[in-house]
Design a protein around this ligand. Structure first.
Ligand code: ADP
Length: 432
């Protein structure tokens, strides 16, 4: 029995088959449906999705056959893939010199009729076939042949989809790895910078202590500037360390009552709140699945910014949410907002405020700050699978929206503070 010769592109073909990671995969309903339909349309007891591996043919889906694979040397499909543009049809294998002494012809399943449509990838590589088999000699009608080819194309599309999904998964995990490496680098770099900067700070202090009386005013002023700059560098490094430490939260998720988070933030901000006429209006908020310490940091950043960047005599920060069904999504999406009556952020500057260490004002204006708060806020939201954005239609201050656990495309366009005005009646002002 002559085994089928190897295709000229055999090594590329085997590599391509390996890349799809389909051989030895678990059964899948879609492929099972295809062989079921092929057997019914062609009226054969056997139909297979057969993939030709180095020394075996392996069945991704099968009806009428118990075994999961056979030797490649006995595979009809190994012949079929040699002519990838046509269906290999064998009316009676006992009459065909290629197959008459084939063990699958002389023994079970006693193949007589075979028709195999090659599964050819967009790169022109035949991975196997969709084939139908019978134990009596016969032929396919023109319609059956067309259907077999069409089902073969569907099978190829399924395999191709699998290839793309594998590729995406590969990119995703590479991206995750490189992000982790970058995070580790940022952490190590900022950690190592901490010591020398602390050293400069201490040395400056010792210098003033030891030689202060020999310095003129201009020298003292310059030393004071060095001290302030070192302080700022230290704050920035601390923020970078914090930023780098906001890692994955998947194994730390727990139900978090956001009302408790807001109450805690109010306690933390007591001094800031007491220093002016500040009201934080907070609606009864739902619980979310999250990491409580990080969510606390998120609300604290947004609420404190609403008070800080606010020239109004009576400062108000409003915390609320809206729940909406978006498009055909089954699950409604909840977005939270923190809105203030402060100085607002000019439209053209809005994309910049999420960049680390970017401030829109002089270093010590509005109580100072490192410019890392919103970058950290965004990272917290994103590690919770959400998005954060600024309401473009909000007037008279700034309104940040964010979601926790949903980041559907276009979600930013679905929520506007304007649309929840009527619901504001249920907000209750909580005086501090
Ligand atoms: P920081 O407050 O430490 O400077 P952030 O990252 O929190 O850093 O904010 C970045 C910049 O965005 C701020 O310096 C400020 O100019 C602007 N900003 C942030 N929040 C508000 C707000 N609620 N209203 C107006 N401007 C804001």
């Amino acid at each position: 029995m002559p085994a089928a010769p190897l295709p000229p592109n055999e090594s590329v073909r085997l590599q391509s088959l390996a890349d799809y990671q389909i051989v030895d995969s678990l059964p899948e309903q879609e492929y099972d449906d295809i062989v079921g339909i092929a057997a019914r349309i062609c009226r054969t007891p056997i139909a297979l999705v057969s993939l030709i591996d180095a020394d075996r043919q392996w069945f991704k889906a099968r009806v009428g056959v118990d075994v999961a694979q056979t030797d490649r040397s006995a595979a009809f499909c190994a012949h079929a893939i040699l002519h990838q543009d046509e269906v290999l049809a064998v009316r009676d294998a006992t009459q065909d010199p290629r197959f008459l002494d084939n063990p699958l012809v002389t023994g079970a399943p006693h193949i007589r009729f075979y028709a195999g449509s090659p599964l050819v990838t967009p790169q022109g590589i035949a991975l196997g076939t969709l084939c139908v088999i019978d134990s009596i000699p016969r032929e396919l009608s023109g319609e059956q042949l067309m259907s077999l080819k069409a089902l073969g194309r569907q099978t190829t599309s399924l395999i191709e989809l699998r290839g793309r999904t594998n590729q995406l998964e590969k990119y995703r995990s590479e991206l995750e790895r490189s992000n982790e490496a970058l995070q580790e680098f940022a952490y190590a770099a900022s950690h190592d910078l901490k010591q020398p900067i602390r050293g400069i700070g201490s040395l400056t202090e010792f210098f003033v202590e030891d030689y202060g009386d020999q310095l003129d005013d201009s020298a003292k002023e310059k030393l004071e500037l060095i001290r302030r700059l070192t302080d700022r560098a230290q704050t920035m490094i601390d923020q970078m360390l914090y930023y780098a430490r906001v890692g994955s939260v998947v194994d730390r998720l727990q139900p978090v009552d956001l009302n408790e988070v807001v109450d805690q933030v109010k306690e933390n901000l007591f001094a800031l709140i007491a220093s002016g006429q500040v009201t934080i209006q907070s609606r009864q908020l739902p619980s979310v699945s999250g990491e409580p310490v990080l969510l606390n940091e998120l609300f604290q950043n947004l609420i404190s910014n609403g008070i800080k960047y606010n020239d109004n005599e009576s400062k108000t920060v409003e915390v609320g949410f809206q729940t909406k069904r978006i498009g055909d999504e089954d699950e409604p999406v909840t977005a939270f907002f923190v809105a203030d009556n402060g100085i607002g952020i000019p439209k053209r500057m809005r994309p910049e405020v999420f960049t680390i260490f970017r401030r829109l004002h002089a270093a010590d204006a509005y109580g100072g700050g490192s410019g890392a708060g919103l970058t950290i806020a965004r990272k917290i939201v994103e590690t919770h699978g959400g998005r954060i954005w600024i309401d473009p239609a909000y007037q008279g201050g700034t309104c940040f929206w964010f979601t926790i656990g949903s980041s559907a495309a276009g979600i930013e366009n679905e929520f506007r503070h304007d649309n929840i005005r009527s619901e504001r009646d249920v907000c209750h002002a909580i005086g501090i």
